[in-house]
Design a protein around this ligand. Sequence first.
Ligand code: SF4
Length: 369
Amino acid sequence: MTQLNVLQKTETLHEARWWEPEANGRVHCYLCPRHCHINPGQAGFCFIRINEGGKLYSLGYGAPAALQIDPIEKKPLNHFLPGTRVFSMGTAGCNMGCFFCQNWDISKSRHDQVHSQRVPPEDVPLLALEHGCDSLAFTYNEPTIWGEYVIDICRAAKKFGLKTVMVSNGYITREAFHDIYDHIDAANIDLKAFTENFYGKITLTHLQPVLETLLWLKNETKVWFEITNLMIPTLNDDPTETRKLAEWILTHLGPDVPLHFTAFHPDFKLRDKPRTPPETLHRARQIAREVGLRYVYEGNIYSDGAHTSCPSCASLLIRRSWHDVTENRLKHGRCPECGTEIPGVWEKNARVSARSAPGTSEKYSHLNL
Ligand code: SF4
């Protein structure tokens, strides 16, 4: 637990959900499988859920530390509104301890160590619409840990026809899962490896809860979801492991869940590992396709493995260059050559509101979005 000395910022305190009081002013947070037991004046592992006077508060609520307009392909989502812009946001903190974190400047920071903005939930969709976005993404750090803010933003977003996206490590409890994901249209879940050894030593968490989240998504929701596996040389790139991961997906989630193998770059505590060679991603993609997965992608490199092809006739359907869609031949979600239906979310919502609200631009002009 982390001792906080900055809680004079009472304006940032928003009472949390998913906790219960314990003896001597302690609280139990059951939002994620860490199940932190937090003493008064301290924060949980994720830094942004604090016990103040025997109550749990979320410091992430209304306080994004990163706001950006991204292509949806950057999440990555390849079967969800391709070629559209997504209003993306993250806060400080994380509930995993990944040594290779590629966003460690915010995810490994306490709330008071980042420059966060005050953005109430109802303003987020207005900003997104003003910037021509069709969806909102909760991303950059782990959005589960600021689930209260996510839910309130989603409620506001639905009024405007905006779709909502979680980019998550999948480390969430059963108790909180539906509370959050019932508001979500699409997700990309990081399946960081397929060994408990990797999860335990390199992320300081466990594999099984992530697999359970994937099963809940598949069996209990209508959320469109894709999976990302960041391949780190010597740590999780063994072909045998890749095959097991792909087989698990095929058996438990089916052949149509898109799987992204993405390249690692040295960062945070893993600067001694080299960048992932493109050949590693090519090999992983080949294995997953041999296993029977129909939509397997390569990311963070320039590669033909970024394109979508028809699994029936092999016609090229969507051509991509890095995060850009350069050609989209899909016709109402079907292959234009053979008519095969391609799973995904291809149609935008009809927007139910004007693109801007008076004063929003001026209020947030300092964000330089
Ligand atoms: S969300 Fe944060 S405080 Fe709650 S159990 Fe997970 S790491 Fe601990």
